[in-house]
Write a protein that binds this ligand. Structure first.
Ligand SMILES: *[C@@H]1O[C@H](CO)[C@@H](O)[C@H](O)[C@H]1NC(C)=O
Ligand SMILES: *[C@@H]1O[C@H](CO)[C@@H](O)[C@H](O)[C@H]1NC(C)=O
Ligand SMILES: *[C@@H]1O[C@H](CO)[C@@H](O)[C@H](O)[C@H]1NC(C)=O
Ligand SMILES: *[C@@H]1O[C@H](CO)[C@@H](O)[C@H](O)[C@H]1NC(C)=O
Ligand SMILES: *[C@@H]1O[C@H](CO)[C@@H](O)[C@H](O)[C@H]1NC(C)=O
Ligand SMILES: *[C@@H]1O[C@H](CO)[C@@H](O)[C@H](O)[C@H]1NC(C)=O
Ligand SMILES: *[C@@H]1O[C@H](CO)[C@@H](O)[C@H](O)[C@H]1NC(C)=O
Ligand SMILES: *[C@@H]1O[C@H](CO)[C@@H](O)[C@H](O)[C@H]1NC(C)=O
Ligand SMILES: *[C@@H]1O[C@H](CO)[C@@H](O)[C@H](O)[C@H]1NC(C)=O
Length: 402
């Protein structure tokens, strides 16, 4: 700040025009409090960091093509438009936070941003990114008014978190690889998520999604949680593994998807942690024809007919199957413990009024007063650690992400 004031004074005293532009351009953090303040930077090819604290409604930062550090605008209730016709790259974080009037965000040639961190943009309805951002490491978009992510189309990303955007009805991106995590939660109830090219992901959680499509998904290296979604169907024909069997990490959980009728992955052969299906009141069919190994528990509770998983060879944790429908336990499921396929405790209960999960949680809303100590006790009596018990994994991750 002080350095910048000194530079500004020097600028005025010398009466220089473009001569001093190099010094001005290398200001560590350029701060503009009005559009007029930006005039000194328009000839700069690049800036280090730019902070906008504008008292003007319209801010145009055209001129520089690169900001090597951060572009930041926070807590501003005056600015309604932020534009640039020249900026192509932001080497640091593009932070927009608490901009209550911002309705126009237009960056004609922006393609590369290290991190996008946008929150509290209650009137920003869309992005005007003509070229489109195609490279970003981290993306967080929360509490905005945007209805689609058109303008951001990444091929790969480390982490992406899109939550609480009440108008967001579409996420459609060509992304192929998500190396750390994806979280989508609490957006518009009609949200359609289409990830046609996604083939590899680490942790992924989808919540409150109306439609989900991942036709190319082959590997989820971490956990894959599908929670409280409203879709009637979801499958992924090319998915072969979730998590890492060698480390017993990475669970597959379907919890509280109340319209879903079928849980079926034709080609999943390995789940590293737990495989849990709970509180999906309409699921009638569970089919995992190729599932061979599970590093944690298999924990299925609900209203389904006999689950189909004929290829099981090794279940390191417990087996818990409880259904309010009549299921056949004796022909297959009850034999797995004796055949040393299931290493933990084994339970299979047909036609029960109160199907419960492996850690003792009731899945029906009318009954069940399992205290946490009961749940803990039940879990340990199953001889499974918490990482392997689906509910704990889900709870842990959710508290971390939300
Ligand atoms: C913005 O305002 C919020 C709440 O008023 C405050 O917590 C936050 O620190 C402010 N951020 C900045 C960068 O001033
Ligand atoms: C995706 O990224 C991970 C981590 O960077 C890498 O190990 C994996 O091979 C990549 N997968 C594909 C299909 O590119
Ligand atoms: C994935 O989630 C698990 C459990 O919450 C966590 O321990 C792990 O660090 C996460 N992995 C990545 C790459 O974020
Ligand atoms: C994504 O997949 C579609 C077909 O599903 C294909 O037409 C397109 O070329 C793919 N895009 C990339 C970048 O691989
Ligand atoms: C799957 O769900 C989508 C909406 O989410 C619906 O349009 C489609 O008809 C459903 N497909 C089947 C086979 O039920
Ligand atoms: C599914 O996997 C097969 C075999 O690896 C591949 O040929 C096919 O293109 C994949 N489908 C999609 C939609 O990615
Ligand atoms: C895949 O997950 C395991 C944990 O099970 C982790 O050690 C490994 O680093 C992950 N792989 C990549 C490429 O992130
Ligand atoms: C079974 O289905 C009924 C209605 O179809 C639902 O009310 C109940 O919650 C379901 N039970 C479980 C355990 O999913
Ligand atoms: C299922 O729903 C009940 C009642 O809402 C809740 O107590 C329980 O924790 C849920 N189970 C899971 C596995 O989330």
């Amino acid at each position: 700040m002080l350095a910048q004031q000194l530079l500004l004074s020097a600028f005025v005293v010398l009466g220089a025009v473009a001569a001093d532009s190099t010094a001005v351009c290398s200001t560590a953090t350029a701060t503009i409090a009005a559009q007029a303040d930006f005039a000194q930077y328009t000839d700069c090819a690049s800036l280090k960091s730019l902070v906008i604290t504008s008292g003007d409604a319209e801010i145009d930062i055209s001129g520089p093509t690169i900001i090597t550090g951060d572009l930041t605008a926070t807590n501003n209730s005056v600015m309604n438009s932020l534009t640039s016709t020249s900026l192509a790259s932001i080497g640091g974080t593009f932070t927009l936070d608490g901009l209550t009037q911002l309705s126009t965000l237009q960056f004609d040639v922006l393609t590369t941003v290290d991190s996008i961190d946008w929150s509290g943009l209650p009137v920003l309805g869309s992005l005007t990114f003509s070229t489109g951002v195609s490279t970003a490491s981290n993306v967080l978009i929360t509490n905005t008014f945007i209805s689609s992510l058109d303008g951001i189309n990444l091929m790969t990303v480390d982490s992406i978190d899109i939550n609480n955007n009440n108008r967001l009805v579409e996420i459609d991106t060509q992304i192929t690889n998500i190396s750390t995590s994806l979280n989508i939660a609490s957006n518009n109830k009609a949200l359609v998520v289409s990830l046609p090219n996604l083939s590899w992901a680490n942790n992924m959680t989808f919540r409150d999604v109306y439609s989900l499509s991942t036709p190319s998904l082959a590997t989820v290296n971490g956990s894959f949680f599908l929670i409280d979604n409203t879709f009637t169907n979801y499958t992924s024909a090319n998915l072969t593994s979730v998590g890492n069997f060698a480390t017993s990490q990475g669970s597959l959980a379907f919890v509280g998807n109340t319209a879903l009728t079928t849980v079926s992955f034709a080609n999943v052969n390995s789940v590293g942690g737990a495989f849990q299906v709970a509180n999906n009141t309409a699921v009638a069919t569970i089919s995992m024809p190729e599932l061979t190994q599970v590093g944690g528990a298999i924990d299925l509770s609900g209203n389904f007919t006999t689950p189909y998983a004929p290829s099981l060879q090794n279940v390191v944790g417990a087996l818990n199957i409880q259904s309010s429908e009549t299921i056949d336990c004796s022909t297959y499921w009850d034999t797995l413990k004796d055949d040393d396929i299931v290493q933990g405790k084994s339970t299979c209960i047909s036609a029960t009024d109160d199907p419960t999960t492996a850690d003792g949680t009731s899945t029906s809303t009318s009954t069940g007063s399992s205290s946490s100590s009961t749940a803990e006790g039940a879990a340990s009596s199953y001889g499974i650690n918490h990482a392997a018990a689906g509910i704990s994994v889900v709870g842990g991750l959710l508290s971390m992400l939300l």
